[in-house]
Design a protein around this ligand. Structure first.
Ligand code: SF4
Length: 356
């Protein structure tokens, strides 16, 4: 397996990105009103990066710890298997994550099967979106979505025994519309066999229906405390990969930092966006993170070379400004790197690890 421990050097030298989030497409078969990526729709008419262009980008990067495919609906790209193969062969990611609404059952099953056959040394994580009990989920995502996603879950389950590197999980966006039904949902997901993790992402970014962001922070706190106690009581499962207990400890810390960030409205730990994390859009724009207001450049204008973009004067200034201005957000993925690669977090991390 491509061990995550190859990246320990990044604890001390944060000189190159090891976490890439790639929005492979802006196209989607849903229009969820809390989607921050949808609000970018129509802002960029350039064509999606082709497989050849993506190969150029991948060749310009070294080994990755974490590669997250996002969108849009990632499985709407006909070439998602080929794109994954490119990164797998060149960047040897320890973890490759696919976030999907789970509606395209057959297409997803075919693609995930092929990806698992090719990418034996990476942990392959598929996260299906479920935002509440059936009627809540369908009110948010659209009629019939819940049943379709569950059908996809049933089909993907068969890969669990066959591929020890496969992890199947559920992701829920915590918003005003579902905040009262989280207990029910957590219980429901807990009863789904073979679901290894249930993540709850706090609604973020600029969204169509701003009202959904008007959440009750105490309800969020109750939800994360519930998840924490289920983990401690061994009533919630964790990933199967080596180091997954550490990841579970980090999840607990991360959710607490998110709660404290929203209540205190400030940055609580340094952010490594632009140094360890980068975000690539389907049209080649590069950002340090998903706030999408700090564009570093476009790979099409820099020979598809990520380092060339990062080394422009403008990009360097943006990355410096993140350290200097201490912006804050609640995005789970960035907090993951900010915790795991910050030695000051290790006493708390070890404490949580030992309590699991
Ligand atoms: S704190 Fe959040 S908004 Fe600021 S750079 Fe980091 S990830 Fe982006």
């Amino acid at each position: 397996m491509y061990s995550p421990f190859r990246h320990v050097g990044s604890i001390f030298y944060k000189k190159r990105p090891i976490h890439l989030t790639f929005f492979v497409t802006g196209r989607c078969n849903l229009r969820c009103s809390y989607c921050f990526y949808l609000s970018r729709d129509g802002k960029d008419n350039a064509p999606e990066l082709s497989v050849d262009e993506i190969e150029g980008v991948s060749s310009s990067m070294k080994d990755l710890l974490w590669l997250a495919f996002s969108g849009g609906e990632v499985f709407l790209r006909d070439d998602i298997v080929e794109i994954t193969r490119i990164f797998y062969e060149r960047n040897r990611p320890s973890i490759i994550l696919f976030s999907t609404n789970g509606l395209l059952t057959e297409r997803i099953e075919d693609a995930v099967g092929s990806i698992l056959r090719i990418c034996r040394k990476s942990t392959i994580v598929v996260k299906l979106s479920i935002d509440g009990p059936e009627e809540v989920n369908d009110r948010i995502r659209g009629d019939g979505c819940f049943k379709k996603t569950i059908k996809t879950y049933e089909r993907l389950r068969r890969f669990i025994n066959e591929y020890p590197n496969f992890e199947l999980g559920i992701n829920t966006v915590f918003c005003r519309e579902n905040q009262d039904r989280m207990d029910e949902l957590i219980e429901y997901v807990g009863r789904l066999d073979d679901i290894k993790t249930h993540t709850v992402s706090l609604i973020r970014g600029s969204v169509f229906n701003g009202r959904l962001k008007d959440i009750d922070t105490e309800r969020y706190l109750r939800t994360i405390e519930r998840m924490e106690s289920l983990l401690r009581g061994k009533r919630a499962s964790i990933y199967r990969f080596r180091g997954s207990r550490l990841k579970a400890a980090q999840d607990i810390l991360q959710r607490r930092i998110i709660y404290n960030t929203i209540t205190r409205q400030r940055q609580l730990i340094p952010c490594y966006a632009g140094r360890l994390n980068i975000v690539l859009t389907e049209t080649g724009d590069l950002y340090p993170c998903e706030s999408f207001d700090m564009r570093l450049g476009n790979v099409r204008e820099h020979d598809y070379d990520i380092s060339k973009v990062l080394n422009t004067t403008g990009a360097k200034e943006i990355i410096k400004s993140i350290e200097r201005d201490r912006c804050y957000c609640t995005h789970e993925c960035y907090l993951m790197t900010n915790i795991l690669f910050n030695p000051r977090m290790y006493p708390s991390l070890i404490r949580e690890y030992l309590r699991l």
